[in-house]
Design a protein around this ligand. Sequence first.
Ligand code: UDP
Ligand code: MG
Length: 321
Amino acid sequence: MTEHGTQLAAQVTLSLVVPVFNEHDSLDAFLLRVDEVFAPQPSITLELVFINDGSTDDTLARLLERQQHDSRLRIVDLSRNFGKEAAMSAGLQIATGQIVVPIDVDLQDPPEVILQMIERWREGYEVVLAHRVSRRSDTWAKQTSAHWFYRLHNKIAEQPLPENVGDFRLMDRCVVDALLTLPESRRFMKGLFAWVGFRTTHVDYQRPERVAGQSKFNTWRLWNFALEGITSFSTEPLRVWTYIGAMVSLVSFAFAIFIVVRTLIYGIDMPGYASLMVAITFLGGLQLIGIGVLGEYLGRTYIESKRRPVFLVRRVYDPKD
Ligand code: UDP
Ligand code: MG
């Protein structure tokens, strides 16, 4: 029997970590669904950790009002919008459950899937990923860019990221504790989740559309997110320049020999202006890209070296306050 197997009928405490940023419209639907799913489950004690990520609408007010007659709610109010990654870190830090599940408030991560995850956890797994069987609810552009991102990332990063898996996953207490020991301030959570490892399995689910409101991630934000992912977990983009440089030098050396030989045989001819321009601009461009990549890493090292906190908390509202 596994370590968790002995707890089969036992009570389990589950923390849902819910980052919210201007989610006025989705809150009620989310809480309703959570109640539908967990009310018939007496063996699960629920803790709902909401992280208000600098909402400018009345999300916080609604949460506080709700907390008046729902003692399962704990609310962390961040001092401004720090982004979903930071908000999740804040939630993981204060969540107390034996098992912890980060979940979106827009019901794109259906709470009922958690019941299947808990079953797998009881079989002894420490991480249970929610695997999307299709990304039909995403746009074509998001699907293709996600696909290429994973291909590139998994080619060059030391730990591959599972594809079609988001932040929605079940984690045992030991996994959360491990995550909390990671010191970096730029937190690409998907990568950190994969990096810590542990016994992992997955359950499949269909990802539905958002219940209300709009996605907070536009193309530019996703692009930067992808850069963050790759630079956080791989130094290949830095190292590749050594090889590109070596290759270009080799080619130009061969070309030099070719010119010398041709001059010896056919005599001097007028060197081409066009080929010169192409070579100069091509190499110029290549060098700038190389410097740009260096800049990406240098910038990240610079930010990291300041050791600023990942987020700032204005106030934590616990039910009895
Ligand atoms: N979110 C957040 N801070 C942000 C952006 C998003 O806390 O700066 C939350 C948002 O409220 C939601 C979750 O992250 O609960 C997922 O956001 P969204 O649905 O916009 O992302 P998508 O599903 O489009 O990837
Ligand atoms: Mg969403």
